[in-house]
Design a protein around this ligand. Sequence first.
Ligand code: SAH
Ligand code: SF4
Length: 412
Amino acid sequence: MSINLEAEAAVAPGFVEKAPLERYVDPDRPSLVGRSRAELAAALGEIGVPPAQRKMRVQQLWHWLYVRGVTSFDAMTSVSKELRAELENRFTVARPEMVAEQVSVDGTRKWLLRLPGENPSVRPHEVECVYIPETGRGTLCVSSQVGCTLNCTFCHTGTQRLVRNLTAGEIVGQIMVARDRLGDWPGERPPDGAIVPTDGGRFVTNIVMMGMGEPLYNFEAVRDALLVVADNEGIAISRRKITVSTSGVVPNIKRTGDEIGVMLAVSLHAVRDDLRDELVPLNRKYPIEMLLEACRNYPGLTNAKRVTFEYVMLKGVNDSLADAKALVRLLAGIPAKINLIPFNPWPGTRYECSDWETIEKFSEVVFNAGYSAPVRTPRGRDILAACGQLKSATEKLSARERMTLRAMAMTD
Ligand code: SAH
Ligand code: SF4
């Protein structure tokens, strides 16, 4: 991690951050999933493949892993039997273990994935990954951490105590699991009745880092994972179709543009520092002006490549017309998109979702200022209808709905 959390927290009074409590420990036979070419070369070196052969072998492994999506070394038919056996001895091509799959009538799928704890006696962790099919596109909402070190007051993930950074392999692994389950590899077919894009292209076309966790507090793993995902000889999802969402980790915003080159989304949620300090406590360290400055300077920003500002609609808190007007004033001059996200309540939260009419009025101001108003899609409405009615729903369902909503807002 590039930021010294403790040192920085000390200079921002009132800003308290949980430290990651657990580390990832490699199992006896680690998985090659998620590894870069250099890491695959190192793995081959470990099992004695001579340097002169490594480049060619890396190319083969890369192809079988990320173009073909094989789930065993045995399937790598262009690799010699002996080498396959040696690889098998030392490594796996395992993805995170899937413990549950839920499919909604509209085709949305949620996978619950189990990730190992630091040692076998510790309970394993679980993260979710959600797939949202639409015409001509399929968006996958991916997690970057178990829990989150930050404590945004309206966010359920923020209430979780336990935090572990996901490895690059576990991040790429979520995409691999999704493609396994959807039959989204060459020569495979989707399961019967599955709703997937029917334009002849791939089923997972877009990635949003909007599941659990703050991706920019797990920067290196997120970067390494996304570089594998975006590599155009492999999984090949272009950088334009990958979005990283941050609550505002300013020092890593520029790095995201420079080192990953993906689309940026910023969780703004308030137009005044006093309110944002409360909703997104990280604001005490990186206040609005500093955050917007980083957005203005986001590498590669153009009118065709805008920053998305996320704004969660909280009844009576940040949803007045004055807030809407202040929002468009604040963003003037920044190539921006605005996504209004209906708040998704969870058991014990003190917030409520804004009324539908309030959201409409708010979005009208945003729309009249020249921004599209993405909450107005028929499907968004569908899910909005559930807003405020989820209190009695199970936590898991509500997590799915929440991710669906966010990811949909992103891709409209
Ligand atoms: N940590 C990152 C990415 C994960 S959260 C971030 O904060 O941006 C993805 C988005 O969902 C953020 O905009 C977040 O503010 C929003 N969000 C969190 N909890 C929510 C809830 N209960 N209802 C609606 N949106 C929520
Ligand atoms: Fe973490 Fe994002 Fe939730 Fe804030 S909104 S607690 S940064 S996951």
